[in-house]
Design a binder for this molecule. Structure first.
Ligand code: FES
Length: 65
């Protein structure tokens, strides 16, 4: 499931980063490069990706709880 099209970041990478570093979006951006180019995937309604970054972080937090 793709989270960031520009930097080709998949949901599993986001989940790993959340497991290691927590849910702070700035830290997740730094760790994974997601959301650091066009920034579309920072918006929940971005249609370039399967699961935009804020929603991916939410899902990861839920799955890791
Ligand atoms: S889709 Fe993530 S920065 Fe462009």
């Amino acid at each position: 499931m793709q989270v960031c099209n520009c930097n080709d970041v998949e949901y599993d990478e986001i989940k790993d980063a959340v497991a290691k570093h927590g849910s702070d979006i700035e830290i997740i951006k730094e760790e994974t490069s997601a959301g650091t180019a066009c920034e579309c995937c920072l918006e929940e309604d971005c249609d370039m990706v399967d699961l935009p970054l804020p929603l991916a972080i939410k899902k990861a937090v839920e799955e890791l709880a």
